[in-house]
Design a protein around this ligand. Structure first.
Ligand SMILES: Cc1cc2nc3c(=O)[nH]c(=O)nc-3n(C[C@H](O)[C@H](O)[C@H](O)COP(=O)(O)OP(=O)(O)OC[C@H]3O[C@@H](n4cnc5c(N)ncnc54)[C@H](O)[C@@H]3O)c2cc1C
Length: 455
């Protein structure tokens, strides 16, 4: 294969796009656009759950429980398909490999002979360990790993404090950030040089072989399987995320009513539904923020348009939080070091996962999650509170089940919200949700419970 000496490699993580991507922009600038991309897919679709990420000895033995569901892998594959097409349309190439990330990155980078590898992961502890392993493997070939901050709307470097000094409470973070930070404009995709034909053919052959794995076929089928009760269909590729923005902002003006609708349980449009694309980075939060600003200029600015921005700040907060908390993000006693209830009740937990607790609002939500990989924020808060505080079961089991099932799984928002609801994280009020009164309030006519709990 042609050598890419003085070229660069982009190692994709949860930033699966060409535009507004710090790693792609920097790699192109450092190499006159002589860049190729790499996505490393998980080796095992059915990898075991780890209660404390990064610690092999903490594998659970819970049945029917894998770290990433085939449906979530299927969404990832949909996103990768489109990304690959985007690189090919530029005359360059996206390699897709499978296995140990550090090994795959170092093997391709050294074979290509590139000078630098650029990457922009969410900075949670597993991802940091992966960075360190890749940096070591690359150093053996004299190649540098350049790590960028990319996953948030507000750049870490624009914060008026270091991530180590992140405020303990979200509202303090929000007040400071709203006063002192601005959201940068999204950066357009850089010009990339066309790559030699033999290199592109090699990328096509390698990638076709990886994507042809039998378990990926199963994952793709899981991602397109439809439950008749599902109101919203999500396809992982970027064009589908952009189409969702177009529809929810511009065609239906749902954004202008969001503050009133956001606690909905049934339907496609009560909230933006942008989380699966934000989680894989096929859309960037800056792109969504720019679209909010444009909508406010061209149509209307009201408390609903502000509230979408406010939720993106929550997302930022948890991305910074998981970096700040490091391994404490995944520990039973959380960042506060409080003693959680934490019962290791396997039967009770299985009943929760399967929607058989006997509490109809919880059961409806858990059945929706299992059948679709989706769940509203209101339902997530209730089922999490019920598991951790009412049933007193180890909250990390719940977080791991969400990690496995949710198509929008995002490490900071998931583990941070779980700690918050379980009372070991950053909620100064340590609330307990009264599930029955929540059901009466948000599902007053029982339609949601009737939809998902039939027997
Ligand atoms: C226990 C629990 C686990 C969760 N796990 C995840 C997860 O793995 N991935 C994830 O993206 N969100 C998670 N959330 C947050 C929230 O429920 C989802 O972001 C939201 O339901 C996604 O739907 P939407 O895109 O329509 O959101 P909208 O209401 O339209 O909000 C717009 C965007 O803001 C962000 N956002 C909204 N609420 C939150 C929040 N509470 N915390 C952080 N970001 C937020 C999301 O990126 C979302 O797409 C979790 C919440 C709880 C209570």
């Amino acid at each position: 294969m042609t050598c890419l000496r003085s070229g660069a490699l982009v190692w994709y993580r949860t930033d699966l796009r060409l535009s507004d991507n710090a790693a792609v922009t920097a790699a192109a600038a450092a190499s006159d656009g002589r860049v190729v991309g790499l996505v490393v897919l998980p080796e095992h679709v059915a990898a075991p759950v780890r209660l404390e990420r990064g610690r092999a000895e903490q594998h659970t033995t819970l049945p029917d429980f894998v770290r990433v569901s085939p449906r979530r892998i299927g969404h990832l594959l949909q996103a990768v398909d489109e990304l690959r097409h985007d690189w090919q349309a530029k005359g360059s190439a996206l390699f897709v490999a499978r296995g140990n990330a550090a090994h795959c990155v170092a093997a391709l980078a050294s074979e290509l002979g590139v000078a630098e590898v650029h990457t922009a992961p969410c900075r949670a502890s597993d991802e940091e360990r992966e960075n360190a392993a890749a940096a070591r493997a690359l150093a053996e070939h004299g190649i540098a790993l350049v790590v960028h901050d990319e996953t948030t709307m507000i750049a870490a470097s624009d914060l008026p404090f270091s991530v180590d000094d992140l405020p303990d409470v979200f509202s303090n973070f929000r007040r400071i950030v709203e006063k002192k930070c601005r959201v940068r404009e999204p950066v357009r995709e850089p010009v990339l040089a066309a790559m030699p034909t033999d290199l592109c053919s090699r990328a096509t052959e390698d990638t076709d072989r990886v994507l042809a794995c039998a378990d990926f076929h199963e994952a793709r089928a899981a991602a397109v399987s439809q439950d008749a009760r599902m109101a919203f269909t999500c396809v992982g590729g970027r064009s589908h995320g952009l189409a969702r923005v177009q529809r929810w902002f511009w065609e239906t003006d749902c954004i202008a009513r969001y503050k009133q609708t956001r606690d909905g349980l049934i339907g496609a449009d009560f909230s933006s539904r942008l989380s699966p694309w934000l989680a894989l980075g096929t859309l960037s939060p800056r792109e969504v923020a720019a679209e909010i600003r444009r909508y406010e200029r061209e149509r209307t600015a009201n408390e609903s348009t502000y509230w979408l921005f406010f939720e993106l700040l929550w997302r930022d907060y948890f991305h910074f939080w998981v970096r700040h908390a490091r391994d404490r993000a995944f520990k039973a006693n959380g960042v506060l070091g409080r003693t959680p209830c934490g019962a290791q009740d396997e039967r009770g937990f299985a009943a929760w996962c399967e929607g058989r607790t006997g509490e109809p609002f919880v059961d409806a939500s858990m059945r929706e999650l299992r059948a679709t990989g989706q769940l509203s924020n209101r339902a997530r808060q209730n089922v999490a509170s019920w598991l951790a505080k009412t049933a007193g079961i180890d909250w990390r089991w719940g977080a791991a089940w969400f990690e496995s099932q949710l198509i929008d799984f995002d490490v900071g928002p998931n583990w941070g919200n779980w700690q918050y609801v379980a009372g070991v994280g950053n909620d100064p009020r340590n609330r307990v949700f009264d599930v029955q009164s929540q059901a009466n309030r948000y599902d007053a006519n029982g339609a949601y419970r009737a939809l998902w709990v039939r027997d």
